[in-house]
Design a protein around this ligand. Structure first.
Ligand SMILES: Nc1ncnc2c1ncn2[C@@H]1O[C@H](COP(=O)(O)OP(=O)(O)OP(=O)(O)O)[C@@H](O)[C@H]1O
Ligand SMILES: [Mg+2]
Length: 333
């Protein structure tokens, strides 16, 4: 079964052709260069660029997979959550394509698809526990089956990616800040740059807003005193603190709930310190860890196709009145 999958929830226009867990093509047109000018994603610009890019990206995905439109058995699309105008471009394109080819339309939840990135080229099977960390979300979810999810904790304020991006922006690093911060970070120094460990009521919940503000205040205080910041060291200290919090809570949840398999998902799953700390903690606790390949960590349509395949098997088929939604819990039905 060949699926043509579409992703347009934020600033990447992507179309992929997938077959079960196999990726036949995955074309990503990123808008990063343009949003860089503004230090963050401008929703109206994102929608316009998706509209311009989607037809060409779709043609290229078909060409690279070496198939024709007649070979497509279903169209999968990210319908929620994300920027509403951006999502609508993908959803409407998908509806038109599915109707014209007379094939099923499969609505895919963006965070479910980030989790599905772990199925590409791997033998991962539910049940497992997943830590999803991205630009807008930070959640721990029990993945009970391919389309059955139980969120057990999440951020009460900022997402981990947002914390990285905003501190990086204050430091004058280029957008997307999390990527740059990870690249230039050296060794952490907690004595030199003390950062708080946030407190949350929920055992598996997160809070990154206080940590973000503490780092930003530290930068402002230094600049007021005309003290030079050691940017690579501060980046490393923040990166380490965030990775440590994410690792500790995920391992605690896995031990409490008896999971011997953990998966990591979302854009921040590319973070080198998080990959390192979580790998070491899993090894220490006899837990098997799955991480997506770096090219499938950020937004891409391959993960939508693979996740969409399982949605299709479970009977999650959309109709032509499918709408996009800016917010949607991962365990929606
Ligand atoms: N190596 C890295 N280290 C830290 N953060 C990173 C790294 N690579 C990407 N990120 C962060 O990942 C985020 C982008 O991830 P992703 O594209 O999944 O987010 P999104 O789609 O905007 O949000 P969501 O998935 O929550 O809707 C950004 O915040 C970016 O800074
Ligand atoms: Mg994403």
């Amino acid at each position: 079964m060949k699926i043509l999958a579409i992703e347009s929830s934020c600033d990447e226009t992507s179309v992929a052709i997938t077959e079960k867990r196999r990726v036949l093509s995955n074309v990503v047109a990123t808008q990063i260069a343009e949003h860089k000018l503004y230090g963050g994603v401008v929703p109206e610009i994102a929608s316009r660029r998706h509209t311009e890019a989607i037809t060409g990206v779709c043609r290229e995905a078909i060409r690279q997979a070496n198939i024709s439109y007649d070979d497509i058995d279903a169209v999968a699309v990210t319908f929620a959550p994300g920027l509403i105008g951006a999502l609508l471009v993908g959803v409407n394109f998908a509806k038109g394509l599915a109707a014209s080819l007379s094939v099923p339309l499969i609505p895919v939840h963006h965070l479910r698809s980030h989790i599905a990135a772990n199925y590409i080229g791997s033998d991962l099977k539910p049940p497992f526990l997943c830590l999803t960390v991205s630009g807008g979300n930070t959640i721990i979810t029990e993945v009970k089956d391919y389309t059955s999810f139980n969120p057990i904790g999440g951020t009460k304020d900022d997402a981990a990616g947002e914390c990285f991006d905003k501190v990086a922006r204050t430091l004058g690093l280029s957008y997307p800040g999390g990527v740059t911060l990870d690249k230039i970070a050296t060794a952490p120094d907690e004595k030199r740059y003390p950062l708080p460990i946030p407190h949350t009521e929920g055992k598996y919940d997160f809070s990154f807003s206080g940590l973000k503000t503490a780092a930003i205040n530290l930068i402002h205080n230094c600049s007021q005193k005309n003290e030079e910041i050691d940017v690579p060291v501060l980046c490393a200290t923040l990166r380490h603190r965030v990775a440590e919090i994410l690792t500790d809570k995920t391992i605690t949840a896995a031990k409490d709930l008896g999971y011997s398999t953990i998966a990591l998902a979302g854009g921040v799953s590319a973070n080198s310190e998080l990959r390192k700390l979580l790998s070491a903690a899993c090894e220490e606790n006899g837990i098997t860890l799955y991480k997506p390949e770096l090219k499938y960590c950020g937004d891409n349509a391959a993960m939508v196709g693979v996740g969409g395949y399982y949605e299709y098997l479970s009977g999650n088929i959309g109709t032509l009145d499918l709408n996009a939604a800016a917010t949607m819990p991962i365990n929606y039905r």
